[in-house]
Design a protein. Structure first.
Length: 313
């Protein structure tokens, strides 16, 4: 799907046809849309398709007549009925007369830009527009990490009340999302550092602060992702040990109950054997059954008291 936007007083207005100085936004484009864009702006079709490969790495590729910038952007994927964070490539192509973005889906950062949340947008100023898009992308990582922090706290509270594996599995999914984010942020940082050094992207003095703000924001996101990853890993190890310890305590309790119950069972089993009554104590007494029951429970109670004194219960 192709949409075209033009700047209008610092905001964006969607127009029907592509024109010079416009922003061409391609979301999971068809082959016809790719070929039409390639012919109009002189962009290699393979570069337009690069962002459609989820395994494509982040990079800056100066080409003849345009510059391709590939970065990873955060989005969500539904697995087992839950939405988890992943990252997918976003291609930004700075052509001679337009700026082109290509992505597999309408990711949050593109929605924010199209909705007018980013101020002072100028589609004709391709370098500034690209830096504003990259800055908003770094901010979207920060927002995703804040949401993940809330999920981590929620799962920690659930783990305190449960010995099941479901909570640990969800924590594992969170850890997987953090790995994706960490890796993507590192690749994006390399892209930003390359933009500082490369001369293929024309930079203006007023854009230097914007580029530095983008680098700082991305570095903060990297630090936050590293902190959350360490916290999550330590939490999973701690609660895995707690769950194992709780299971051991349950098994120990069951073993002690079995020992206590085995005492009356042994006595009752002896009196249940088919032997001569003359050889069985209290067998001919009217109170024999009650006495045996009492003795069994007294012995069992003594064993329980011994276990309690040893703090086994």
């Amino acid at each position: 799907m192709q949409t075209v936007f033009m700047s209008n007083g610092g905001g964006l207005t969607q127009v029907d046809e592509a024109c010079d100085g416009a922003w061409i936004n391609l979301i999971n484009p068809s082959d016809d849309e790719i070929m039409a864009t390639s012919e109009r702006y002189g962009v290699d079709p393979d570069d337009l398709r690069a962002a459609l490969d989820v395994e494509e790495r982040s990079r800056v590729s100066p080409e003849e007549g345009y510059v391709l910038i590939l970065v990873d952007v955060p989005t969500t994927e539904v697995r087992d009925g839950r939405a988890w964070y992943i990252t997918i490539p976003l291609g930004i192509i700075m052509a001679s007369t337009a700026i082109i973005t290509v992505c597999l889906e309408k990711v949050p950062v593109l929605k924010e830009v199209m909705s007018g949340k980013v101020r002072d947008l100028r589609t004709s100023m391709k370098t500034r527009f690209t830096l504003q898009l990259l800055l908003r992308n770094a901010a979207s990582y920060m927002n995703a990490l804040h949401q993940m922090d809330k999920l981590i706290d929620k799962q920690e509270r659930a783990l305190r009340r449960s010995t099941r594996n479901e909570e640990l599995i969800e924590m594992l999914e969170l850890e997987k999302s953090l790995v994706y984010i960490n890796t993507s942020l590192l690749g994006n940082q390399r892209v930003l550092e390359r933009l500082v050094r490369t001369s293929a992207v024309k930079k203006y003095p007023e854009d230097d602060d914007l580029l530095q703000d983008t680098i700082v924001e991305n570095e903060q996101a990297m630090e936050m992702a590293g902190i959350y990853s360490g916290i999550l890993s330590g939490t999973m190890d701690a609660y895995a040990s707690i769950i194992a310890n709780n299971q051991n305590s349950i098994m120990k309790t069951l073993a002690l109950i079995t020992i206590v119950l085995s005492i009356p069972i042994m006595i009752f089993s002896a009196y249940g054997m088919n032997v001569n009554l003359d050889g069985m104590p209290l067998a001919n007494s009217v109170w024999g059954f009650a006495v045996l029951i009492g003795i069994s429970f007294i012995v069992a109670a003594v064993v329980v008291l011994i276990f309690i004194r040893k703090k086994w219960f």
